[in-house]
Design a protein around this ligand. Structure first.
Ligand SMILES: Nc1ncnc2c1ncn2[C@@H]1O[C@H](COP(=O)(O)OP(=O)(O)OP(=O)(O)O)[C@@H](O)[C@H]1O
Ligand SMILES: [Mg+2]
Length: 461
């Protein structure tokens, strides 16, 4: 029989809960003080602890670690007062599993208890993937165990040895940029890697970004500026989203590739280029050529070597190693300790469609890391991404970031930066105000004011 330990100085609550729990078939121990609770936990380790926030001899928060230690890490459910949100957050930080408000609603209590029992079952189980920090992964490694990825690694090794132009094709979030960086790092690691997103800026600006411009080439061109091709020197230039290039720029790019020379906008000098060209697209360029949206001759120049990144749903066998790798990265970044993934949770992840591919998986895991306590990844933390319904940008958060970098010519206002940052944290926490405040280090009224100001929420619960 599973035992539940209740630690509360309010006798009526102890009696109410004992009666209810016994009816549900649990064994119950109850204590009126912290010291007594710890003694009981030592004598008969409970499956779950129900703990009042305020006790005559101790604060519930301080008791959490001690109780957990004596109760084999049993989940702790806190009983809190409604108005006491700040303390509730502290309790969650101290390792409480969940909280229920007074006056106790038995249904809500049962829901929290069932979750706690489920977590306990999972954490007692031995069938999980464990994330080891010292497996020799590097942060920017690319991992995959599927046949398709293994083949890709071989191809990468082969092309890295050459200076051939590479066209990388794959759906959004499959790792196109990562592959480009890996190719670069195996072939010209000490040389510059210059990335430019061909879809993020308007045509005229893109032209001068790519090829540079001379002083006075157009209104506002106060200084001469080197283009990305020049800046890449004898390193690599990464032309991201090349399928979005206008026909005008397609023609200009073709000439550059044919002649291995660029001319700055408004200039006459011909500047030789030595950079290796890496290009990526989520489009089927052969199809774009057939539809007359992409130049055949340019396509032929680009596809000297083509690497195809398969979508994640076609290689579910990569999910365990990706989860392990991504969690290691996320733990380090967020100072978290999410180290155990139950096999049944992993199986659920393998069944998802992942329209946003590895990036979506990374976002889902990041959110889970923010939401979770302890070291166990739980299914309830794996929130589907709301933004994934927007087809082209399955991952709203990093896309926004990419946009910021790509349009680096325009300086953002402080309000924009603040709005972006709040949006990001707000979406990371799944719209949880307490956690958002905690992460941003601001008070709840401040958060609510800012949410209203930026039209992110109506500022009410
Ligand atoms: N095989 C992999 N191993 C490890 N990390 C990966 C792998 N594939 C993708 N990632 C990670 O997933 C995220 C998305 O990858 P990346 O930005 O390279 O995708 P992309 O194809 O360029 O996406 P988009 O089309 O949205 O720009 C990155 O954080 C990257 O490090
Ligand atoms: Mg990309």
């Amino acid at each position: 029989m599973d035992r539940i330990l209740i630690v509360d100085d309010d006798r009526s609550i102890r009696e109410l809960l004992s009666m209810h729990l016994e009816e549900r078939g649990f064994g119950v121990d109850s204590a009126g003080t912290g010291a007594e609770g710890v003694r009981m936990a030592e004598r008969a380790p409970p499956a779950v602890v129900v703990l009042d926030m305020r006790l005559p001899d101790a604060s519930g928060i301080d008791l959490i670690p001690e109780l957990k230690k004596h109760a084999n890490e049993a989940p702790v459910l806190m009983i809190t007062a409604h108005h006491d949100m700040a303390t509730t957050i502290l309790a969650m930080k101290a390792g409480a599993f969940d909280y229920i408000h007074k006056p106790i609603d038995i249904q809500a209590f049962d829901v929290a208890l069932d979750r706690a029992m489920e977590v306990r079952r999972l954490s007692k189980g031995s069938d999980y993937l464990s994330v080891e920090a010292h497996r020799g992964f590097k942060m920017d490694d690319i991992v995959g165990s599927s046949a398709a990825m293994q083949q890709l690694f071989k191809d990468v090794g082969r092309v890295a040895a050459s200076r051939a132009t590479v066209l990388i094709h794959g759906e959004s979030g499959t790792g196109k940029e990562l592959i480009a960086r890996v190719i670069h790092s195996y072939s010209a690691a000490q040389k510059p890697f210059i990335a430019i997103n061909c879809s993020a800026i308007v045509d005229t600006l893109l032209e001068s970004e790519l090829f540079g411009h001379e002083k006075g080439a157009f209104t506002g061109a106060m200084q001469a500026k080197a283009g990305k091709f020049e800046l890449a020197e004898d390193g690599s230039i990464f032309l991201d989203e090349i399928g979005e290039l206008s026909s005008n720029l397609q023609a200009k790019l073709l000439r550059v590739l044919q002649e291995r020379e660029v001319e700055r906008v408004g200039g006459v000098r011909r500047i030789p280029i030595k950079a290796r060209i890496l290009a990526a697209t989520h489009r089927d360029l052969a199809e774009e050529v057939r539809a007359n949206r992409f130049r055949e001759d340019l396509y032929q120049r680009l596809k000297v070597v083509t690497l195809n990144l398969p979508p994640l749903r076609e290689r579910p066998e990569d999910i365990p190693i990706l989860v392990e790798h991504l969690l290691m990265k996320i733990n380090q970044r967020l100072h978290k300790n999410l180290r155990r993934v139950p096999r049944e949770v992993l199986a659920k992840l393998q069944k998802r469609a992942w329209p946003g591919n590895v990036r979506e998986l990374e976002n889902v895991l990041t959110r889970a890391a923010v939401l979770s306590q302890g070291d166990l990844l739980l299914e309830e933390h794996l929130v589907e991404q709301k933004a994934s319904s927007r087809s082209e940008t399955p991952a709203a958060v990093p896309k926004a970031e990419a946009g910021v970098q790509a349009t680096s010519d325009r300086v953002q206002t402080l309000d924009e930066v603040e709005r972006n940052h709040i949006t990001r944290v707000w979406s990371l926490t799944g719209g949880h105000k307490g956690k958002t405040c905690q992460m941003l280090g601001i008070s709840r009224p401040t958060l609510e004011r800012k949410l209203r100001k930026y039209g992110l929420a109506n500022g009410e619960d």
